[in-house]
Write a protein that binds this ligand. Structure first.
Ligand SMILES: Nc1ncnc2c1ncn2[C@@H]1O[C@H](COP(=O)(O)OP(=O)(O)O)[C@@H](O)[C@H]1O
Ligand SMILES: [Mg+2]
Length: 514
């Protein structure tokens, strides 16, 4: 069962927090309270359109024009225009964020909640976008604290700003920028379809040959099913993934479009996904030893640690989205596919967060937002389901369909939500030979988000850490520019270093002149 929901938020990057500063409070009052699944938290667009009625012929009555309304409409249009330009010229946005960040930074390279308020005030002043655009900071703070250290580093702050500017533009009724992608059909591009490899909730994936006779995968996404902001995020996500060099994250090569579809060209993987992992391994005579599991699951968390470090959340970790690169099950090579970041960042009209019920963590079900530790919870669900033989079968299900630690026995969406929030995972069904893993899963599946470890903390757990020479590819980026956020090399650029606010204002004047 794949009950798809839509909407959440983004985050990133690690730094050492000053020991003198106190992390943000664990107790958080959410603006949206405890919504029910029906509650809509999406913004309503207000176009700010002012109608000017012409005087009727032969009458001397003046037109009904509210000066205040015209002024406010002009102001709205200006704000929308500024946001659009800022989001288009990301370099300028990054510079401005860095300038304001430096002003608010007490010297530790990261911001406390109080510093973040300062940062927001500076930024709002400089770019002329009202404070309300940045939402409820306490809640936002947790969303964007990717490394879970309780402070906001510059890349996290950048992500926070970008996300809120997109949302605010939507709220004001502004349109996203045009999508600038190469336009060609599959045939024109020289691709020949060999077979369908799979389909999910968003797209169909085919194995194809290129004009050079190479095999690649193409994921087709129907334009009609995508929002414009989703496409902007898809583009940016594509650029990030294209430059990343992490062995555990799907590689992408190209993004293009024809009249009806967006196409993403991907590296093909032949080991199937986690739904068939153990049966395929068994067929190859692979023993499900503790060491084999350690190697396998460490790669899963490595991938999450890497993504979170790049300020990307997956938001749809489940068995069909974790694949094995090759059919060599003796040396399994894990790859995460299907990045949900665009879905996670673009709130759907009904305000529902994206993700799959049964894997979504309790806090996302309560607050309609994803937080980085949500991916950790979902990975915990996957590991537990793999090891207790509870992977839910695909297709429609009834209350007697087996599988799914939080969906088994549930008849309605409400019951699944309740089960996720309150049902204890079946730890007693875990294989007896992996007590260290069972112990770790207790933390990974903690109902309270703050009690869950971050990905780097999981990797430091004794169950992984104390295994000598565990084979796993190191995760690294091809280039610092790979990240969609603010990189060390960006910070080191002469145009950024040592500047104070005036250059940021100059940069903004530059965009106003564009
Ligand atoms: N690179 C790939 N190589 C081989 N199979 C793939 C690849 N990417 C996706 N698939 C198959 O296609 C299915 C759907 O792809 P996915 O990216 O998850 O789409 P959706 O967003 O629609 O869920 C996957 O579950 C997997 O079985
Ligand atoms: Mg999928």
């Amino acid at each position: 069962m794949a009950l798809l929901w839509g909407g959440g938020s983004p985050r990133s990057q690690a730094s050492v927090a000053s020991p003198l500063r106190v992390p943000s409070p664990l107790r958080v009052s959410y603006v949206n309270g405890q919504p029910t699944p029906k509650k809509t938290i999406a913004y309503n667009g207000h176009g700010g359109v002012v109608r000017v009625r012409s005087p009727a012929r032969g009458t001397s009555r003046p037109p009904i024009v509210s000066v205040a309304a015209v002024a406010s409409s002009e102001h709205t249009a200006r704000v929308v225009d500024t946001i659009t330009k800022l989001l288009k010229g990301r370099d300028i946005l990054k510079k401005t964020v860095v300038q304001c960040f430096k002003r608010a930074d007490p010297g530790t390279g990261s911001l406390s909640l109080q510093d973040l308020k300062q940062f927001r005030d500076y930024l709002s002043q400089v770019i002329g976008v009202p404070l309300e655009a940045f939402g409820d900071l306490v809640n936002t703070y947790l969303c964007f604290d990717f490394d879970g250290n309780g402070f906001m580093e510059v890349n996290e702050a950048y992500k926070l700003v970008k996300f809120h500017l997109c949302e605010y533009r939507k709220k004001l009724g502004g349109k996203e920028g045009p999508v600038d992608l190469p336009s060609t059909t599959l045939q024109e591009a020289g691709f020949e379809v060999i077979e369908e490899l799979g389909r999910g909730n968003q797209g169909v994936v085919h194995l194809v040959t290129t004009s050079d006779g190479e095999q690649v995968c193409i994921k087709s996404l129907q334009k009609a099913q995508m929002t414009a902001s989703g496409i902007e995020e898809l583009q940016e996500e594509f650029q990030t993934l294209r430059n990343l060099d992490c062995g555990q994250v799907a590689k992408v090569f190209q993004l293009f479009q024809d009249a009806q579809h967006y196409y993403m060209v991907l590296e093909p993987y032949f080991g199937g996904d986690f739904t068939t992992l153990l049966s395929r391994a068994r067929m190859q005579g692979v023993m499900k030893s503790e060491r084999w599991l350690q190697g396998l699951f460490r790669q899963c968390f490595d991938a999450l640690a890497f993504l979170h470090q790049q300020a990307i959340m997956h938001c749809d970790i489940k068995e069909p989205n974790i694949m094995l690169k090759t059919t060599d099950f003796h040396n399994p090579h894990v790859v995460l596919i299907d990045f949900g970041v665009c879905r996670a960042m673009a709130a759907k009209p009904n305000g529902m967060p994206s993700g799959t019920l049964g894997y979504m963590p309790p806090e996302t079900l309560s607050n309609f937002k994803w937080f980085p530790r949500g991916d950790i919870f979902s990975m915990g669900v996957v590991i537990m389901q793999v090891l207790t033989d509870k992977i839910p079968p695909s297709g429609p299900r009834t209350v007697t369909t087996p599988g799914g630690i939080f969906i088994e026995g549930c008849a309605t969406m409400k019951e699944i939500i309740q089960a996720t929030k309150t049902r204890a995972p079946p730890f007693h069904l875990m294989p007896a030979g992996v007590p260290g893993l069972t112990q770790l899963l207790r933390a990974v599946l903690a109902k309270a988000m703050q009690q869950r470890p971050t990905a780097p903390q999981v990797l430091k757990d004794a169950w992984f850490y104390e295994v000598p020479d565990l084979p796993s590819e190191p995760t690294r980026t091809k280039s610092e520019w790979a990240t969609i956020g603010i990189t060390k090399s960006f910070l080191a650029r002469p145009s950024v270093m040592g500047e104070d606010l005036p250059p940021a204002i100059a940069a903004l004047q530059e965009i106003h002149a564009m």
